[in-house]
Design a protein around this ligand. Structure first.
Ligand code: SF4
Length: 458
């Protein structure tokens, strides 16, 4: 998962991008970068760490110009390197350009081999660079080269291509990852989530359609639809489960509303619940726990406190980092838990190790019963489209039945939301169709790499 953001026709554009990236920090915490244009040249800075670490103060002093683009990244272990920090910069027959990408090209390994055999020299190990090398094989005009390169790419992408005079954006034909267009003064804004538009006081124009290419130039926006688009998209339902911010509108639906409905539906599916309190695993379990409390009538209690200075565990690159970060992150409120029957609500269970740690802590704090309620179905398959779920063998539910997972978690009972319930909650009034749910079903809407390790999953 990554976050991308760009702005055009705006004074101190790099500062606006910095503010946008801060609002997208939850989508990637390993590296941050901004590129700006003074109309003739590109200026760039990228580094490892949070936006705040890389850009501790205003960015526009270093990165002048009225247009800028940025990226926050997370990756798998071994790929968390400065050379992979985006936006990646290139020079060539199309002049200076930079690329910022959210998603995963599922045929990147094959394309890279083919390009290397023809003499291409890669500067990073990201799949994103493949798009630029494909472009470099074609002459101007730039927009045709961009579109022709995308024709060869399979998988998931929301992309920004940044040049001194133009900004291009594209979303893959199945629309896996979100990307929205906003308006700020005389200029335009592109962002992974609407929360980033709100952060810079831009207004939402619309979501970019699956398979659409936008060209932002001289204060105008042109839309192209060069790809055959399937009638039913494959929007990532996990954006609604975990990744996106609750205050964002993702795929036309508010994330907080979707998560609350997931909790309501879970309570309906569980039937009558004999418990004293509903306790969320903060932060991503909070909305679902509120919904669970709405329907069950069991009081909501913030009996786990989160240390906000420890960052998201799921997107830490190694298991050891994840576990030590989880141990430092959540603390039980013993007074609220002692002798209580607790429904513990979390958004999802991936490896199960963090959930077991939490169950143990809640029990040590004195809870009498712990009923684990998960606001999504069991995750049984890896993601190949840009969310770094682990390989199948590391997923707790891949080869275990619910009872075996319950035993592993040391909970008194375990309940998952059904797939139908999840899709209904995520779709809202628009309905259950048009989502990818590959990690819950093992049925993928687009080709996946033959090797389970995949290409450079990001
Ligand atoms: S496999 Fe899961 S995480 Fe990946 S795009 Fe599909 S729904 Fe999202």
């Amino acid at each position: 998962m990554c976050g991308i953001f760009a702005v055009t026709e705006c004074a101190q554009a790099a500062d606006v991008v910095r503010a946008g990236l801060l609002a997208l920090q939850h989508r990637g915490q390993e590296s941050s970068g901004i590129v700006s244009s003074d109309g003739e040249k590109l200026h760039a800075k990228a580094g490892m760490g949070l936006v705040w670490d890389v850009f501790p103060s205003f960015a526009s002093e270093l990165l002048p110009g009225r247009a800028a683009a940025g990226h926050v990244r997370y990756s798998t272990a071994g790929e968390s390197l400065l050379k992979n920090a985006q936006p990646l910069m290139f020079g060539g027959r199309h002049g200076a350009l930079a690329i910022a990408h959210n998603g995963n090209f599922t045929n990147a390994v094959a394309l890279r081999r083919e390009l290397e055999a023809k003499g291409a020299i890669f500067q990073s190990s990201t799949d994103s660079e493949v798009a630029v090398h494909l472009m470099a094989r074609r002459g101007p005009p730039l927009e045709r080269a961009f579109i022709e390169s995308l024709r060869r790419i399979e998988g998931a992408y929301s992309l920004i291509l940044f040049t001194p005079g133009r900004v291009l954006a594209a979303r893959d034909p199945l629309g896996f990852r979100p990307l929205v267009l906003g308006r700020l003064g005389r200029g335009f804004v592109l962002a992974s989530e609407t929360a980033a538009l709100d952060a810079v006081k831009a207004s939402l124009v619309r979501e970019i359609d699956p398979g659409e290419v936008l060209i932002l130039e001289k204060g105008r926006v042109r839309s192209l639809k060069p790809f055959a688009v399937k009638k039913i998209p494959a929007r990532c339902v996990f954006e609604h489960v975990y990744f996106a911010r609750p205050d964002s509108q993702v795929f036309g639906r508010n994330v907080q509303a979707a998560r609350r409905e997931m909790g309501r539906q879970l309570a309906r599916e569980m039937g009558g619940v004999r418990a004293d309190i509903v306790v969320p695993v903060p932060d991503s379990g909070v909305s679902a726990a509120l919904g669970f409390s709405d329907v069950s009538g069991v009081p909501f209690e913030m009996a786990l406190v989160r240390n906000h200075y420890v960052t998201r565990t799921f997107i830490k690159p190694t298991q050891t980092q994840r576990e030590s970060s989880a141990a430092m992150k959540l603390f039980p409120v013993a007074e609220a838990l002692r002798a209580r029957r607790v429904v513990l609500v979390d958004d999802s269970i991936v490896r199960g190790t963090t959930s077991r740690l939490i169950v143990r802590r809640v029990r040590e704090a004195g809870a009498r019963e712990i009923h684990m309620a998960v606001a999504s179905p069991p995750i049984v398959s890896p993601c190949h489209y840009g969310i770094n779920t682990p390989l199948a063998k590391e997923l707790i539910a891949a080869e275990r039945k619910v009872e075996a997972v319950r035993k592993f978690l040391e909970a008194d009972s375990l309940h998952y939301l059904s797939l139908g319930g999840l899709l209904k909650a995520a779709g809202g009034s628009a309905g259950e169709e048009g989502f990818c749910s590959g990690c819950f079903t093992g049925r993928y809407p687009a080709p996946v790499p033959a090797d389970e390790a995949g290409s450079d999953r990001r």
